[in-house]
Design a binder for this molecule. Structure first.
Ligand code: ADP
Ligand code: MN
Ligand code: MN
Ligand code: MN
Ligand code: MN
Length: 367
């Protein structure tokens, strides 16, 4: 979306009370299942709902769905399959309705070009005995109907200064959305770790995890879907752009916190330091996987200002938020725990990120 383009989000003008009357109607034994999938190179998601005559009790009871849909604007209509992989409760239609995360597959059985979950899953199976856990911190900006961060006038932020974890109407904009999203995630069964206000008044963060293996990607993607859907109801847009306001120093990242079973045990610090050594030798590879543009978007963000590292230089440190990799202070003090890779961009594909981390640290890949 063009900044300052003064688009009007018409859904914000519809009367939600009128809608509520229909939402209370009984469903006559039917269940609505909303299939959610990703099939574009960037983080955008798609969804499509269908009616089942029964309530699915497990993922196996949800039919795969072959349908024709536009891959991307430039592509013709193509037949694809949506393969259900994880079921959540639907916080929009409520129980017994479901949200179901799907993988997009081509009709020849190969994963769709932007389905990176298949490859991630294979790598996680190879690393299974290490029990890799991930926690992801999703930062985002709320964009209002004037095309600017919500609450901004002209191209200026009316609330100046740094308001990380801020409280008060003179510090933050749009807490309603963050809180609605939090509750909706809990209801759905997302493993949401927490939330906080970010540095700029209309910037927020939620965290997912710790989750083992591909689960981390699954829960983050569904949490993103819920965020975009909640924002629709409020008539704003959640932007995961790493640099939503050009020239302005605020950025959005998606830090990935990572541990193996060895790192989480007494003496784990040694394993954390070993992993950092391996990550240091493969900086460029990781940068190429940490945003959907192979590092171009992230270069706008990782400029070494405020609490970001320099994209051209790997660094690590204890309690150092200007480093590529940080060892949290409590981990350092207790001698075990996890590491934080601060490089992934807010619009990263989580499957690409966690696959790269495991390939480098557990599978010991170097090229
Ligand atoms: P920060 O201080 O970097 O802002 P947050 O409180 O926002 O940290 O997020 C902490 C993240 O660390 C959460 O996503 C959580 O799931 C994750 N986490 C906690 N313990 C572990 C662990 N042992 N392994 C991997 N991730 C973890
Ligand atoms: Mn955080
Ligand atoms: Mn943050
Ligand atoms: Mn940040
Ligand atoms: Mn962090």
């Amino acid at each position: 979306m063009e900044l300052g383009s003064h688009v009007s989000f018409s859904s914000s003008r519809l009367n939600r009370r009128v809608k509520d009357q229909y939402m209370k109607l009984p469903q006559e034994g039917k269940v609505m299942v909303t299939y959610v999938w990703k099939n574009v190179p960037h983080e955008n998601l798609q969804c499509k709902t269908r009616t089942l005559d029964y309530e699915p009790k497990s993922i196996e009871e949800i039919p795969k769905w072959g349908l024709a849909f536009h891959l991307q604007h430039e592509d013709p209509l193509r037949d694809m399959y949506l393969i259900p992989v994880k079921m959540f409760k639907d916080p929009f239609f409520w129980d017994p309705n479901k949200l179901v995360l799907c993988e997009a597959m081509k009709s020849n059985g190969q994963p769709a070009d932007n389905n990176l979950r298949q490859s991630c899953k294979k790598v996680m199976e190879m690393a299974r005995d290490y029990h890799p856990w991930f926690g992801m911190e999703q930062e985002y900006f709320l964009i209002g109907a004037n095309g600017l961060p919500y609450g901004w006038q002209e191209d200026r932020c009316p609330i100046q200064g740094i308001h990380h974890c801020g409280v008060g109407a003179d510090k933050v904009h749009g807490r309603e959305i963050m809180e609605a999203h939090y509750k909706a995630c809990l209801y759905a069964g997302i493993k949401i770790w927490g939330t906080n206000a970010e540095i700029i008044s209309s910037q927020w963060e939620f965290q997912v995890g710790p989750c083992e293996g591909t689960d981390a990607g699954d829960h983050l993607v569904m949490a993103r879907f819920i965020l975009h859907r909640v924002c629709e109801d409020f008539g704003v847009v959640a932007s995961l752009d790493p640099k939503p306001v050009p020239g302005f120093w605020a950025d959005s990242g998606c830090h990935v916190n990572f541990s193996t079973e060895d790192m989480r045990k007494e003496g784990g610090l040694k394993h954390i330091e070993d992993a950092i050594e391996k990550l240091a030798k493969r900086h460029d590879h990781h940068i190429s996987k940490y945003d959907p543009t192979g590092g171009e978007g992230n270069a706008q963000r990782l400029i070494g200002v405020l609490v970001t590292s320099n994209i051209n230089k790997f660094s690590s440190g204890v309690d150092d938020r200007t480093a590529s990799i940080r060892i949290p202070i409590q981990v350092w003090q207790q001698g075990y725990g996890y590491l934080e890779d601060r490089r992934p961009s807010a619009d990263c594909d989580p499957y690409a990120v966690i696959e790269a981390v495991v390939r480098t640290t557990i599978l010991k890949e170097t090229t």
